[in-house]
Design a protein around this ligand. Structure first.
Ligand SMILES: Cc1cc2nc3c(=O)[nH]c(=O)nc-3n(C[C@H](O)[C@H](O)[C@H](O)COP(=O)(O)OP(=O)(O)OC[C@H]3O[C@@H](n4cnc5c(N)ncnc54)[C@H](O)[C@@H]3O)c2cc1C
Length: 350
């Protein structure tokens, strides 16, 4: 790992690698687990049942770092990076968002200039998960023709720094930072040779958003499980609060929404295995499931009464985490606009 500060991370990252959560669907010849998309989804669900930050680390490593190297990279890039990323010996991050370009990444100003034997990279990325400890960054930048290109930047390249973002009240188990490039010389062999335009990063986001749709179900399940347990133990007015119809309504609606979300993602997984899932379908699932999880966290908090606001129970942690999950990888409203455009054929973004 890159820094001593994240030694504690190292242990859990190795554990995550050991269960095959880094690049589950990457073929075994490159160190992945060679699993299908539904298996990938279930792994994300179970990681996020623990914490959205843990799932975020695995999502970034799998869908935003290993996926582009596997899909867009050269054979040399695949052999160099994928086995180490799968084993957790190397960690990666994904730089798309900039200080002035979040929902509209096509406006990015980070750029590369062709200098013969290398590219000169300048610019800055913000809100980058894993940045403070990542060994490599998949970075999206505009070339001199204005095309968005992807390249692998390695820690240690002169002019490349990764200051950490402090003061987060959400996703605290996932380190976030900036990527700053000041005249970084990136060897030509580090660029993805053929992919050009926004479809490069969007391809990665499709894979990550699919994983998030599953992951959010895990957070919802943990909130539901905790609320169900509490409702059977907490006695008020001489009986468990789970015996009151109002509490049962909350629990019944929670399990109904979780079941619907699981069916949505399972069907999406079937389509993804058949290479038939569309970006709009993935948007719909990400938007629906994260919002569903946030609503369930709020209802679960009510069932726990005052105890729900304490760290004795996981509810507030999930709720705060989900505030990031509903914003990153396309905000709740941006996914609504994607669905709106899909059904009407009219772009309401601009
Ligand atoms: C914890 C965390 C981790 C992250 N990790 C990564 C990462 O690893 N890599 C990476 O590249 N990025 C990452 N991001 C960035 C994330 O993807 C962006 O925050 C997100 O895309 C939104 O961009 P923004 O924050 O600039 O908000 P903005 O784009 O400024 O949006 C602000 C508000 O305006 C709304 N809005 C914007 N445009 C429109 C429109 N056309 N119509 C209607 N409403 C609109 C949005 O819905 C939102 O409500 C992360 C963010 C967080 C919080």
């Amino acid at each position: 790992m890159a820094t001593d500060r994240f030694e504690a991370h190292d242990y859990y990252l190795m554990d995550v690698a050991e269960v095959g959560a880094f690049g589950p669907y990457i073929p075994t010849e490159y160190g992945g687990a060679g699993l299908d998309q539904i298996s990938y989804g279930l792994i994300m669900q179970e990681l996020e049942r623990g914490d959205s930050g843990l799932r975020s680390t695995a999502s970034v490593q799998s869908s935003l770092v290993m996926f582009p190297i596997f899909t867009y990279g050269t054979e040399e890039q695949k052999r160099k990076y994928l086995p180490k990323l799968a084993a957790g010996e190397m960690m990666g991050c994904f730089g798309l968002t900039e200080p002035d370009h979040g929902s509209n990444p096509s406006g990015m100003i980070t750029n590369i200039k062709d200098k013969g034997d290398h590219y000169l990279l300048n610019g800055a990325k913000m809100w980058i998960s894993n940045a403070p400890f990542a060994d490599i960054a998949v970075v999206w930048a505009k070339d001199e023709a204005g095309d968005i290109r992807g390249l692998v930047v390695e820690r240690g390249m002169e002019g490349f720094t990764t200051p950490e973002t402090h003061g987060k009240w959400s996703l605290r188990a996932s380190a976030t930072g900036e990527l700053v490039f000041a005249n970084v010389k990136v060897p030509k062999e580090n660029i993805f040779p053929t992919i050009k335009g926004l479809k490069g990063p969007l391809g990665c986001l499709n894979s990550a958003r699919y994983g998030i749709a599953w992951g959010a179900i895990g957070a919802a399940m943990d909130c539901y499980d905790s609320a169900l347990r509490y409702s059977k133990e907490r006695i008020q007015f001489g009986k468990p609060i789970g015996g009151f119809q109002l509490t049962q309504k909350k629990l019944a609606e929670m399990i109904t929404e979780i079941t619907k979300a699981q069916l949505l993602t399972w069907r999406l997984g079937v389509l993804k295995n058949e290479h038939r899932a569309t970006p709009a379908q993935i948007s719909m699932a990400k938007r629906n499931n994260v919002n569903m999880a946030l609503q369930i966290a709020r209802e679960a908090r009510q069932i726990h009464g005052g105890m729900g606001i304490t760290g004795e129970y996981p509810i507030m942690r999930h709720m705060m985490n989900l505030e990031s999950v509903i914003t990153y990888e396309g905000t709740h409203d941006i996914h609504l606009l994607i669905t709106g455009m899909d059904v009407t054929g009219i772009n309401a973004f601009q």
